[in-house]
Ligand binder design. Structure first.
Ligand code: FES
Length: 234
């Protein structure tokens, strides 16, 4: 049986399992720490850094840092909120995110975080990336310009033999998300839907079922991100 440890988040006394990741332990205690790349029970990627917190006085990603007895977490401070806002701004300028024309609008975690942190004009210059749209597979459009490199699709969408349908190609500025056309040819409707659902932005869209979800019924149409702690990781 896992050892139960006590820790605090912004002074609130919490309990969790020793070694449990801080984001998960926080959610179990009713505290929202934003995530983009993290999903519960998945090997952490620690790539987006939106979950940056202070753990025992040091800046740490809460999705890769385990709790221990007496851990002191700072989460909701003006400094950390501004760091997260800057990260959201960076993600927006790094890709091409045109929310009004994006099918994922209302279901997009990045957009919802933009609202949460009241992002207006980003403090960074736009990169104006132009990455090719990949539309040659039967069930999926891959809009690479919206990818935030969270690696969720790479870690989750696999074929029967455990081979990833999605993969990264390139490095640094040339890094892009790609789809294996052979594996994608056999993707079921269910897996295509899952790929779209786990993508925190609008980079993965299903073909032939565009805009089926009416405006007003989407995840963040009525409640801001972080309101439903049971479903923050989808
Ligand atoms: Fe922690 Fe992305 S959610 S680094």
């Amino acid at each position: 049986m896992s050892e139960i440890v006590k820790f605090t988040i912004d002074g609130k006394e919490c309990q969790g399992k020793k070694g449990q990741l801080i984001v998960d332990a926080a959610a179990d205690n009713g505290v929202y720490i934003p995530v983009l790349c993290h999903m519960r029970d998945l090997i952490p990627a620690g790539s987006c850094r939106i979950c940056t917190t202070k753990v025992n006085g040091r800046y740490m990603a809460a999705c890769t840092t385990p709790v221990d007895e007496g851990t002191v977490v700072e989460n909701d401070t003006p400094e950390l909120l501004d760091i997260r806002k800057a990260i959201v701004e960076m993600l927006f300028v790094e890709g091409n995110h045109f929310c009004p024309s994006c099918e994922k609008s209302g279901n997009c975690d990045l957009q919802a975080l933009g609202y949460k942190y009241q992002m207006m004009a980003p403090r960074f210059p736009y990169a104006f990336e132009r990455r090719e749209l990949e539309a040659s597979t039967p069930k999926i459009f891959l809009e690479k310009n919206r990818c935030i490199f969270c690696k969720r699709c790479v870690r989750v969408i696999k074929d029967d033999q455990g081979r990833s349908v999605f993969a990264f190609k390139g490095r640094g500025k040339t890094l892009q998300i790609n789809i294996d056309k052979k594996l994608a040819a056999n993707l079921s409707d269910e897996m295509a839907k899952k790929a779209m659902d786990i993508c925190p932005v609008g980079a993965i869209l299903r073909k032939e079922v565009g805009f089926v979800e009416p405006i007003g019924t989407k995840k963040y149409d009525h409640k801001p991100i972080g309101s439903d702690l049971k479903n923050i990781y989808q």
